[in-house]
Design a protein around this ligand. Structure first.
Ligand code: CTP
Ligand code: MG
Length: 339
């Protein structure tokens, strides 16, 4: 396998910024898309309210963390008292309610780490995942949203990386590659490590927001309007950052020893997290610490084969941005299993 590990990017890298920004703009969800999402949420609230009048509905994931693109689904968390019933019982009852109210493809996925009901809204065609009392996801959604307000380059970088990952088919956790959520954490950590720093570490500052759920405390500084100039000293263009991101994950990240942590704003060692050996299905080949559920490694799904695929895609992306005549197109060419 060819190794290209330049530490300097091409001289004309900034000339690709306008093309990348145009692509970013085209990936933003339209007003129509947002209003259809809102309709879905309203009709779901009606259904749920009949059976569980005191349930509270929270949006989480990309429809609420500002990292949603035109392709994003809707993630909903129901907060409710469930008494002696199990979460799975409630989800099965919810499936019946939704079927009776004519939602399509209603399916309870109860074996997953976070059990959900998945369905399609016939009015909008959107797919929707519903979980129960998963307030950690609600908290991490707010954390991502607050980070996104600090420097516009985070949103731009994350949209481009998510789009690349979907096109190149390395955004499929069931196949052993990474979730969108993991890619956003990788982008945040990357910008926390730039010199000068583009993002601060909100969890290392005096907390102004605290939510405790399931014995986990989620606390951080959320007055982001007070940090508006934080990254201003760094003038890196989106093109240079995108190249730097792929360069980092292709050649610089120490997969053998390091864990990325937006909670600490740096990398930690696998040793100190006790993530050195495989435990059950957690292989810890790529280590991405969840900001609140710190025992959770978002890279746990990656195995020996998919870490190689990821590595090849990171290298390809870095090389395209370094050498290609038309990187804004070539970078995002769909991966073709046939060839
Ligand atoms: N989540 C989590 N832990 C994971 C995966 C996801 O807590 N291991 C939560 C996060 O709150 C995340 C949400 O579930 O924001 C949705 O995850 P995902 O579908 O990966 O990300 P989205 O941001 O919704 O991306 P997409 O636009 O691809 O739907
Ligand atoms: Mg989603």
């Amino acid at each position: 396998r060819m190794r290209r590990s330049e530490v300097e990017c091409r001289q004309d890298i900034d000339s690709f910024a306008p093309g990348l920004l145009a692509l970013f703009e085209s990936l933003k969800p339209s007003e129509e898309h947002k209003s259809r999402q809102k309709q879905l949420v309203d009709s779901l609230a009606k259904s749920v309210g009949k059976e569980w009048p005191s349930a509270r509905m929270h949006l989480y994931g990309s429809c609420a963390n500002s990292f949603g693109t035109t392709h994003s689904d809707v993630d909903v968390c129901l907060e409710m008292e469930i008494g002696t019933e199990s979460t799975v019982d409630v989800l099965l009852k919810l499936s019946d309610v939704l079927r009776a109210d004519n939602f399509d493809n209603v399916e309870a996925i109860t074996g997953a780490r976070v059990p959900i009901v998945r369905m399609t809204d016939p009015a909008s065609g959107f797919s929707c995942d519903i979980c129960i009392n998963n307030l950690l996801a609600v908290a991490n959604t707010k954390l991502l949203k607050d980070y996104a307000q600090l420097d516009q380059r985070l949103l731009q970088l994350a949209f481009l990386v998510k789009h690349w990952a979907k096109q190149r088919r390395v955004n499929e956790t069931y196949r052993g590659t990474l979730s969108s959520y993991a890619y956003v954490l990788m982008c945040i950590n990357f910008l926390q490590l730039r010199e000068p720093k583009i993002l601060p570490c909100l969890q290392a500052m005096e907390p102004t927001y605290t939510l405790t759920t399931d014995g986990t405390e989620c606390a951080y500084f959320d007055k982001v309007d007070q940090l508006q100039d934080f990254g201003a000293e760094n003038k890196d263009s989106i093109a240079e950052l995108l190249w730097g991101f792929f360069q980092y994950w292709a050649y610089r990240h120490d997969y053998r020893h390091d864990v990325i942590s937006i909670r600490m704003g740096k990398t930690l060692s696998k040793q100190e997290k006790n993530w050195t050996t495989r435990v059950g299905n957690d292989r810890h080949l790529v280590c991405i610490e969840d900001p609140f559920e710190t025992g959770h490694d978002l890279g746990r799904v990656v195995d020996r084969q998919t870490i190689r695929i990821l590595g090849e895609e990171f290298e390809r992306a870095a090389a395209v941005l370094q050498y290609d005549d038309d990187p804004c197109v070539t970078l995002f060419e769909p991966y073709d299993y046939e060839n």
